[in-house]
Design a protein around this ligand. Structure first.
Ligand code: B12
Length: 423
């Protein structure tokens, strides 16, 4: 299977299929198609599965299917695809049109299991066995065209985001490294809903009886076994905007680097650049950047658990570790707001914080307002996260995986928005 750094979903599929009697050859992350095909031949695979949570992975999956066609292997290998970056229509319509064999989408591991059962039944010639019907896109192409026609062809270029908000004064310009942040400082920022429901898959009635005691146990273990090495590199940079670009300046006012963000072609025509003073205004604004990590020791611990088939522990610890990376990012964002003097608008409780009811916004690259993962290279150049043991890979993924980067915007109107088209 091919995954990206988000490989928990793929591992979960491995666990569920294995527990149901299938022999899974889990190749780990970032496998080239040749390695997938070699393993499929060697192990006489019945089906190939691929997993991708990054948008880029969807393109690679398409290329992989084309490669299978070219090698005349499509009839031999049915393919099951899954992961957050995919949609059912993309797989069962667009990719199905390309692939000369069977290709299906699995929303979760259990749908993967049902598909495996169906594929094997068909292969074994069991009477009445069939694959589920392919799902077609609900919105017809014609309707989609009508929708775009309703958009103003020539709208105003910039959004109506205010340009007279005060520009905060940062405590310093440039970067700072902070290491050894104690767990108690950021554990209180943990999004328990995302952990219990999203990562641990617990139903509401299991949260108090199972979730909280297990969480206490793991937090204790993380502390006593010293598994976390939370560190941050962050900084404040002078900047201006020009059209859709955010231009980061050096202290002399010369351009250091430039981000180009997509602009909505509907609604308010928002673009991330609009939250910063324009070059023409003659004023200089400030942008925050941060990279946070909970370190690499935790990854070794989770890999150890997976390797020894301690699946429940693996899922729990991995899920907790990724949510702690998020918690650390939230915590540091609050710190940045305090340093910029805009933290006075912070809501009192964590609930309000997680609903982003504070001033400003933390945009991680790869999310809809700033989808271009290659821009992570610019953040890495400015912050040099290798100083906290974080490296950016050629695929623009941070290693260790429990790391995340962000552009921190102080503008009162800044919030999450979608500037891209849908796949
Ligand atoms: C938790 C999370 C994180 C965590 C943990 C990451 C990790 N190591 O796992 C943290 C905070 C570290 C993180 C970081 C980032 N993330 Co993130 N993250 C998520 C989130 C919210 C959930 C992922 C998850 O754990 N899901 C739970 C697992 C169990 O589900 P799953 O992987 O989807 O798998 C299930 C199904 O999809 C299916 N399935 C999956 N594969 C397969 C394969 C087969 C064969 C079958 C049958 C089924 C199947 O079955 C699985 C089990 O049921 C997703 C959004 C989402 N809705 O998925 C974004 C998401 C994946 N992240 C995203 C991004 C952009 C990032 C960052 C690049 C952000 C940044 N700039 O820092 C970084 C990259 C990390 C790095 N090291 O470089 C984007 C990717 C989109 C894109 N542009 O490519 C997403 C989609 C969010 C979004 N809506 O935009 N992330």
């Amino acid at each position: 299977m091919r995954g990206d750094v988000h490989d928990i979903g793929k591992n979960l599929v491995d666990i569920i299929l294995t527990n149901n009697g299938y022999n899974v050859v889990n190749l780990g992350i970032k496998q080239p198609v040749s390695a997938i095909l070699d393993a499929a031949e060697e192990h006489k695979a019945d089906v190939i599965g691929m997993s991708g949570l990054l948008v880029k992975s969807t393109v690679i999956m398409k290329e992989n299917l084309e490669e299978l066609n070219q090698r005349d292997l499509a009839a031999k290998y049915p393919v099951i695809l899954g992961g957050a970056a995919l949609t059912r229509a993309y797989v069962e319509q667009d990719l199905h049109e390309i692939y000369q064999g069977e290709v299906r989408y699995a929303r979760d591991a259990f749908e993967g299991l049902r598909l495996m059962d169906a594929l094997m039944a068909v292969k074994r010639g069991i009477p009445g066995a069939a694959l589920p019907e392919l799902k077609q896109r609900r919105v017809k192409a014609a309707a989609a065209v009508r929708n775009t026609e309703q958009l103003p062809a020539e709208g105003p270029r910039r959004s109506d985001v205010a340009t007279d908000n005060p520009v905060p004064t940062p405590p310093f310009l440039g970067t700072r490294v902070v290491k050894g942040i104690p767990l108690k400082e950021y554990a209180s920022w943990l999004d328990e809903g995302a952990l219990f429901k999203g990562q641990w898959g617990l139903k509401r009635d299991m949260i108090d009886s199972v979730g909280r005691p297990r969480l206490r146990l793991w937090l204790n273990r993380l502390r006593t076994e010293n598994l976390l090495e939370a560190a941050v590199v962050y900084g404040y940079f002078p900047c201006v905007s020009k059209d859709d670009d955010l231009i980061v300046l050096d202290e002399q006012g010369n351009e250091r680097t430039r981000f180009t963000f997509p602009r909505q072609d509907r609604d308010r025509r928002l673009c991330l650049a609009d939250f910063f003073r324009s070059e023409e205004s003659g004023q200089v604004d400030v942008v925050g950047l941060q990279v946070v990590t909970v370190g690499s020791r935790i990854g070794e611990a989770t890999a150890g658990l997976f390797g020894t088939d301690a699946y429940r522990d693996y899922l729990e610890l991995h899920g907790l570790s990724v949510q702690l990376a998020e918690a650390l990012a939230e915590y540091w964002h609050a710190r940045v707001r305090a340093e910029l003097g805009i933290g006075v608008h912070d809501p009192a409780g964590l609930d309000g914080m997680l609903r982003t009811q504070y001033q400003g916004c933390r945009y991680s690259l790869g999310y809809p307002a700033c989808p271009d993962l290659e821009d992570r290279g610019k953040i890495a150049d400015l912050l040099r996260p290798e100083r906290i043991g974080v490296e950016l890979s050629e695929e623009f993924q941070l290693h260790p995986e429990q790391s995340t980067d962000a552009i921190v915007v102080h503008h009162p109107e800044a919030s999450y928005f979608n500037a891209g088209g849908r796949p």
